[in-house]
Design a binder for this molecule. Structure first.
Ligand SMILES: Cc1ncc(COP(=O)(O)O)c(C=O)c1O
Length: 474
């Protein structure tokens, strides 16, 4: 093969390793290199193209970590045969070069990019079990499953969720209180359409989950940013700034994105405020299942004596986000009102998917999967933190976090986290700037990186190398 066509251009803006990486990727995308084709060794390519070995190594590491290349030890490196089954040539390539940096404000559809936030370990999902259960549901579909679905959710699933919440989250509720929704946004829609009145103020954690913030603003809630500190939401500041608020939206188990838990005194203070003011607390318990140190904390809802907490959980982190299934638990006194709203919304979609989740839970696969994922995530987090510390330890400080599936690396100096994140994004890394999640600016910048799909230490090293090169060159 004529290797000269891979020769990078020294006058080009992009670093040499990146040019080499792109050329290989393009050659695979257009079919010039086929799955199974051998590629030259690092040493011979470096000598043929007159490049440093480290440069070629970096490009090869990226190609390997992203699944384009497969290394076979002494048998050499080949274009991954797994690409064969992926359909059209070019499948999986957003374009023949890097996808343009997507706004971090937009939802990331389709392809999972390195460090993408909020996406669980898709490679570790028990697909065989899932397809068996889904297949069984399809084959045995009765006429009930062919009619209009219950807008509050498939009853067996609501029962399974109520049972799970009782055991795992300390929440005593009946299936009548559980509403299955199309993702967390579906839960927020149900809340807003049922309880939100014109001009209502809502406390919102600052920094806080970007998508929900945008959703609530669009729905007409006037958000009052309330800072978070080491104990989570500063309830006292919320009371000073807007005691009359009708909502407080919180992530008590692992504050999103900072990761701390809401302390017990703050929980009690928040509940007392809500009880006194007749305000609603929206508890977003999005990834409580993943905690690596200490005992999982019970949900805030488990302390809710006055019926002020609207509790939301999601299957996006524990199963996969493409399911678009989440749930909302409402106080008993509000059930009828919520049912009425649910009757006028789209609901959570097909019964078949909901029935498959039910079987997955009822047959013990869910508990098994969670157990497996807990230890897998602790390992994968370790890969990323080690690689980060080795390559960028002087510029970044990794916040210790007891749970979750992302890492927050705080900047040790006053660099702009937005420019670092932008440089990373234009190199194909889905890293987000902490300041993007802040409503009021503070001086502390940081980088948010999902680690669930960082499958090997080598992959972590290669990706962090790429990050280091990206931020060095900006
Ligand atoms: C803080 C937070 N809440 C909730 C969710 C769940 O959203 P959904 O159920 O729409 O996937 C996420 C997903 O990333 C999240 O990060």
């Amino acid at each position: 093969m004529d290797m000269q066509r891979f020769k990078p251009n020294r006058g080009h803006d992009a670093p040499i390793y990146l040019q080499l990486y792109r050329r290989y990727r393009d050659a695979i995308a257009v079919g010039k290199l086929q799955p199974g084709d051998r590629v030259p060794s690092v040493r011979s390519l470096a000598s043929e193209l007159n490049l440093a070995r480290g440069t070629v190594e970096m490009a090869y590491q990226m190609l390997t970590s992203e699944g384009y290349f497969l290394t076979r030890g002494p048998a050499g490196t080949v274009v991954s045969p797994r690409l064969e089954n992926l359909g059209e040539p070019g499948y999986g390539f957003a374009s023949s070069s890097f996808a343009p940096p997507r706004s971090c404000l937009g939802a990331d559809a389709g392809q999972v990019r390195p460090f993408q936030l909020g996406v669980p370990a898709l490679d570790a999902f028990p697909r065989k079990t899932w397809t068996r259960l889904a297949g069984h549901n399809l084959r045995t579909m009765d006429t009930a499953a062919m009619g209009y679905p219950d807008p509050t959710g498939h009853e067996p699933l609501r029962r399974a969720i109520a049972a799970y919440l009782g055991i795992s989250r300390g929440i005593a509720c009946t299936h009548e209180q559980v509403f299955v929704t199309a993702g967390y946004r579906g839960a927020l829609e149900l809340v807003c359409r049922t309880l939100l009145r014109s001009g209502d103020i809502g406390w919102y954690e600052d920094p806080g989950y970007l998508f929900a913030r945008q959703f609530l603003e669009r729905a007409g809630m006037r958000l009052e940013p309330v800072p978070v500190d080491a104990e989570g939401l500063s309830v006292g500041i919320g009371q000073q700034r807007a005691a009359e608020a009708r909502f407080a939206v919180v992530t008590p188990t692992h504050q999103s994105p900072m990761g701390m838990a809401l302390s017990l005194p703050r929980r009690l203070q928040l509940l007392e405020w809500a009880g006194h003011r007749k305000a609603w607390i929206i508890e977003d318990d999005y990834d409580s299942e993943f905690r690596y140190h200490g005992r999982p904390l019970p949900a805030l809802k488990s302390l809710d004596r006055d019926g002020r907490v609207l509790y939301s959980g999601t299957f996006s982190k524990v199963l996969f986000p493409g399911l678009r299934l989440a749930y909302l638990v409402v106080p008993e006194a509000q059930v009828e009102q919520f049912k009425d709203t649910a009757n006028h919304l789209c609901g959570p979609g097909s019964i078949l998917l909901q029935a498959t989740v039910t079987d997955f839970m009822d047959q013990g696969h869910f508990a098994r999967h969670l157990r497996k994922m807990r230890s897998l995530y602790a390992t994968r987090r370790g890969y990323l933190v080690d690689a980060l510390m080795q390559a960028l330890g002087s510029r970044l400080h990794v916040q210790p976090q007891a749970g979750g599936i992302h890492v927050l690396a705080k900047l040790t100096n006053r660099e702009s986290d937005k420019s670092l994140a932008a440089a990373a994004q234009s190199n194909g890394l889905a890293i987000q700037a902490l300041s993007q999640w802040q409503i009021r600016r503070t001086s502390h910048g940081g980088l948010l990186m999902g680690f669930a799909n960082v499958t090997e230490p080598e992959m972590a090293k290669a990706l962090i190398c790429r990050l280091a090169a990206a931020i060095q060159s900006q």
